[in-house]
Design a protein around this ligand. Structure first.
Ligand SMILES: Nc1nc2c(ncn2[C@@H]2O[C@H](COP(=O)(O)OP(=O)(O)OP(=O)(O)O)[C@@H](O)[C@H]2O)c(=O)[nH]1
Length: 511
């Protein structure tokens, strides 16, 4: 008696755990993948925005420097013209001085305006006090103009003003005599604070840098500012000066600074009209800080989601395992119940219910396969007498012993032994002709004889049985009904009883 449905169920459950794990893994991978993809895209956008911000800042710095220089240059050109018109011997000091003062008052970026003769002596100044009696011939800008006939505006290195002590940027032009010889210098000193104040207004990070320099790399102004940046510090070896500015007059490049070793995004621009370079450098770290914060935030969210999912997954897997265990228990219980419902409580053989179900199934199978189906009906002889003599419990034991004998005489798995009712048993033998069924019946009889269970109320002195054997085939049955098969086997059994019991009978073969 088999229950084929019980093994199939375990296969159905296995993939559920694997599926759950795969699903959770997939969700986790999707989240992580999405996060990476989003991070990568956002990084690209952040870099692009940083570059745009740096480029805009650089443009604005360049415009500011150019405007500041342009205004001063216009004043210097006007002065230069005025001075060159004047006779050297009739130098109108007061009128020039008044002019210098007017220019200074009009130009916020100017600290002072000066006129020097060919020896560097002060001829006029916008300052309130009388001209200094010394000479400025030692200044680099003076030396430059004395040596060079170049008429362009000259921008010199930042220096401490002799009059105010402040840091200033000297901007000068050469004065010419009629014959073109050197006549002196007009100088405007630009307040470094004018630039530093402007640079202060930009919202850049702590390690961000703004630089105003001349093309040889000399720094004129820098944010953040320290005196030492202007003394002995030169950017000539920095990548922007050695390479970038050689390739284009403006652009963006990401490099490590010479001065402090911090990696920055550099926007640089050489001014069109004046020998000046502006640079705005924003640290990469600060530029990408927003992106980085965003990434950390979403990484935490993904991590939290993954943890929640992991916890949920563990609970889910536990539930699945728990339910699986319950189902296995239920299946086992059901199988036991099924077995109990289908087996006889006393003998352990299949019961009548099972037999009634199995018989038509076997009949159908026999009809389908063309195989014969044998049936043995077994009835213990004088069993009432046995009960009367030995008692009912002993009768039960006797029934159990007979059942064991029957069961052990059936080595084929397809054979079904059932308690048909009371002391009557039935044995279904799929694939068995009458001859084969007779052999089996005789084997059972022999085994019971050998067991030799005493029976005082039987003429044979031991427990015996009578057997009726019949078999059917589709060909000869012409589709015999299951009841008819039992009936025919029963008739044979009746004959055996009638003929004196303790024997096996078959019905005579009808042509
Ligand atoms: N101990 C016990 N006896 C049972 C059981 N089922 C049926 N019987 C008895 O089996 C006996 C059957 O008696 P009968 O039908 O007269 O048949 P018999 O005495 O075997 O006589 P024959 O079959 O003609 O040889 C009855 O006394 C039933 O009570 C059972 O489960 N246990």
């Amino acid at each position: 008696m088999g229950h084929p449905s019980s093994t199939r169920t375990s296969f159905r459950r296995l993939p559920l755990e694997a599926l759950t794990l795969s699903f959770l893994g997939l969700v986790f991978l999707s989240l992580a993948g999405l996060e990476l993809w989003q991070g990568w895209t956002a990084h690209g956008v952040a870099v692009q925005r940083s570059e745009e911000a740096t480029a805009n800042l650089t443009k604005s710095l360049a415009q500011h420097a150019e405007d500041a220089l342009s205004e001063v240059d216009i004043a210097l050109i006007g002065l230069q013209h005025q001075l060159e018109l004047q006779d050297e011997r009739a130098f109108q000091r007061e009128s020039i001085r008044a002019l210098l003062k007017k220019y200074k008052a009009a130009l916020e970026q100017v600290e002072g305006l000066f006129v020097f003769d060919q020896e560097g002596r002060w001829l006029a100044t916008s300052m309130e006090y009388s001209p200094w009696k010394g000479s400025n011939a030692d200044r680099d800008y003076f030396d430059f103009h004395r040596r060079n006939t170049n008429p362009d505006l000259h921008i010199g290195s930042a220096l401490h003003s002799r009059t105010t002590g402040n840091w200033v940027i000297p901007v000068s032009r050469r004065l010419y005599r009629d014959d073109g010889r050197f006549a002196g210098v007009i100088l405007a000193t630009l307040k470094m604070d004018y630039f530093l104040d402007f640079y202060k207004d930009f919202e850049i990070d702590e390690s961000g840098v703004i630089v105003l320099a001349i093309p040889d790399g000399t720094i004129l102004a820098r944010r953040p500012f320290k005196d030492e940046y202007l003394v002995g510090r030169n950017l000539e070896k920095s990548y922007v000066f050695t390479t970038s500015l050689q390739q284009s007059s403006s652009g963006i490049v990401s490099i490590k600074a010479v001065i402090d070793g911090v990696e920055r995004l550099y926007g640089y621009q050489r001014l069109e009209k004046y020998p000046l370079v502006v640079m705005a450098a924003l640290s990469r770290k600060a530029l990408l800080a927003g992106w980085e914060n965003h990434m950390w935030r979403s990484a935490y969210i993904v991590l939290a989601l993954s943890l929640i999912m992991g916890a949920f997954g563990i609970v889910l897997l536990r539930q699945i395992r728990y339910r699986k265990r319950i189902e296995v228990d239920l299946i086992e219980a059901r199988n036991t119940l099924e077995r109990q419902a289908m087996s006889d409580g006393l003998t352990g053989l299949a019961n009548r219910r099972y037999f009634d179900m199995a018989l038509p199934q076997e009949m159908k199978r026999a009809a389908r396969t063309g195989q014969p189906l044998g049936l043995i009906m077994i009835d213990i002889d004088y069993f009432k007498g046995y009960n009367d003599l030995y008692g009912h419990p002993a009768g039960d034991q006797c029934l159990k012993a007979v059942a064991e004998v029957i069961q052990s005489a059936l080595p084929r798995t397809g054979d079904v032994a059932a308690r048909y009712g009371g002391e009557e048993m039935a044995v279904l033998l799929p694939g068995c002709e009458v001859e084969g069924a007779l052999v089996v019946a005789e084997r059972i009889k022999k085994a019971l004889d050998e067991l030799n269970i005493p029976h005082g109320n039987s003429p044979y002195g031991r427990v015996t049985f009578s057997g009726g054997v019949h078999a059917c085939r589709l060909s000869d049955s012409g589709m015999l009904g299951s009841l008819e098969l039992v009936e025919l086997a029963d008739q044979a059994l009746y004959q055996a009883k009638h003929a004196g019991r303790n024997q096996i009978a078959t019905l005579p073969v009808t042509a």
